[in-house]
Design a protein around this ligand. Structure first.
Ligand SMILES: NC(=O)c1ccc[n+]([C@@H]2O[C@H](COP(=O)([O-])OP(=O)(O)OC[C@H]3O[C@@H](n4cnc5c(N)ncnc54)[C@H](O)[C@@H]3O)[C@@H](O)[C@H]2O)c1
Length: 254
């Protein structure tokens, strides 16, 4: 039996054109949500929307670079105008690039932070007034176990995800009395195109890379695994959960 936990709910989701974002957008739609999907990958995003519609769900959306405050403001306004409100914000868009610390140029530092951290800041600022309208909604941010501990050769990503986790905790605390929840899911390795961007190189020390491996070598998640956790956190079933950074990592960080 199909559950309809998100009937009459509007979900705005970034990074919807691939991987975890696409799986999550589809899962929300399959449970009755109206999904507004955005990405810089226009073809991938259009494919996500098409897949939702062909399965009988409701979706719209378009291009949005989350690093741009103006683009995010326009996009959130378009979502509200299209579906009449906004109840759940899911920040999935993210990038990673494995580099030695010495190789990280300031431009690369700014690029990754502007997407992984500023992106969620911009969407939250733009969505907040809508999320706070009854029925008061919630935010799920996709961080990473790289935000819970250090990871060699991953300076920008680790910094961005750690900051995203703590920004989420602050939002969770600050809006408690108004009923708005904010949580993070922190995946370990998931099989998506992004994973290919973080590959070991010959000049990386394998001992410090190994430190970050799951307890059973090769244990990787699928996008759907994370999508189920995101939809749970966004659902009323999780109404007691606020401000968590929930690892989804087969115990890697245990
Ligand atoms: N795959 C993993 O192992 C893993 C582990 C932990 C956390 N995560 C996080 O999960 C999220 C999704 O990653 P994924 O694995 O599905 O990767 P993915 O590359 O399949 O999807 C990421 C999406 O974000 C989009 N994106 C990139 N820059 C953007 C921008 N400026 N504006 C809007 N969209 C943008 C990309 O176009 C892409 O569609 C990311 O935040 C990532 O950090 C992934």
């Amino acid at each position: 039996m199909t559950r309809a936990r998100f009937e009459n709910r509007v979900v705005y989701i970034t990074g919807a054109g691939s991987g975890i974002g696409r799986a999550t957008a589809k899962l929300f739609a399959s449970e009755g949500a109206k999904v507004f999907a955005v990405d810089v990958n226009d073809a991938g995003n259009a494919e996500t929307i098409a897949q939702i519609r062909s399965a009988g769900g409701t979706a719209d959306g378009g291009h949005c670079d989350v690093a741009s405050k103006a683009a995010v403001q326009d996009s959130v306004a378009a979502a509200v105008s299209r579906f009449g409100g906004l109840n759940i914000l899911v920040n999935v868009a993210g990038v990673v690039r494995a580099l030695r610390f010495e190789e990280v140029a300031e431009e690369e530092w700014r690029r990754v932070l502007s997407i992984n951290l500023d992106g969620a800041f911009h969407t939250t600022k733009a969505a907040l007034e809508h999320l706070l309208k009854p029925p008061v909604g919630n935010i799920v941010n996709v961080a990473s176990i790289s935000g819970l501990r250090g990871q060699a050769y991953n300076t920008t990503y680790c910094a961005s995800k750690a900051a995203l986790i703590n920004m989420t905790r602050v939002i969770a605390l600050e809006f408690i009395s108004r009923g708005l929840r904010a949580n993070c899911v922190c995946p370990g390795g998931v099989i998506t195109p992004l994973t290919l961007q973080f590959q070991a190189r010959e000049d990386f020390e394998s001992s410090v890379m190994a430190y970050y491996m799951p307890p059973v070598p090769g244990l990787m998640g699928q996008p759907d695994d994370v999508a189920h956790i995101i939809t749970f956190l966004a659902s009323d079933e999780a109404r007691m959960i606020n401000g968590v950074a929930l690892p989804a990592d087969f115990g890697t960080t245990a």
